[in-house]
Design a protein around this ligand. Sequence first.
Ligand code: NAP
Length: 239
Amino acid sequence: MRLQNKVVLVTGAASGIGYSVTELFAKEGATVFASDIAAPASPYSEDVEVLKLDVTSEEDWSSAVAVIIAKHGRLDVLINNAGIIAYERLDELEMKEWMQMIAVDQTGVFLGMREAVRVMRKQGAGSIVNISSIWGSAAVAGAHAYHAVKGAVRTMSKNAALTYATEGVRVNSVHPGFIDTPLTQAQAPDLNDLVIESTPMKRAGKPIEIAYGCLYLASDESLYVTGTELVIDGGYLAQ
Ligand code: NAP
């Protein structure tokens, strides 16, 4: 029960890493609000409250947080996990795709942090975990827009961590390597094989292996941790 009495909001919770975080956090005693634009692929096994939240929408953010505050009077943890990926290289990238990536993966994180920080400052406590990527620190060829947003999430997290460090609000980023989720299952198999082959552990990570890192950062075990990057990548970035 590492999250007993914590009220948590998870975005992109219907699938992959967000689904796993939701299940683990509920098992660890949290009251979890699982939000997404889609319904979960399978029902949550634990007692979880489901919310519709498109992370690109200011209105959705303020009504989701208002629902949580009306019910529980607080928000202890935000897991900014919702995300999309695209593979176009710079010279092939259309404005529409660029703007869509920025809207979901970067503006979504900005709106979520802003809404949560407003509540958490009043509480004098809170933990925000932003899901970036190994591609927020290192590059591969192609996927130009994804690199842009995941790099932004990394430095936005550090900025917010410093800004609110004396107010009890902690902000950290998590940097998964290649994780087996619907997002990567939709990618070309030869691309996936290449990334796995380049990973020192020579295997894909599991969503639960990211969820355990989020659990540490969400819990009071990490009270002295802010502005850090938790890399969970089978050794990829050590190369
Ligand atoms: P996933 O299985 O596709 O789950 C992401 C969820 O976010 C999906 O349910 C998706 O819905 C939802 N979503 C998309 N746009 C949204 C929006 N505007 N508002 C709210 N929810 C939205 O992906 P995942 O692999 O678990 O990825 C989760 C996070 O980890 C992402 O930020 C991703 O960039 C990051 N990450 C993943 C990996 C990896 O290897 N899997 C590695 C590094 C970082 P739809 O299915 O309807 O789009």
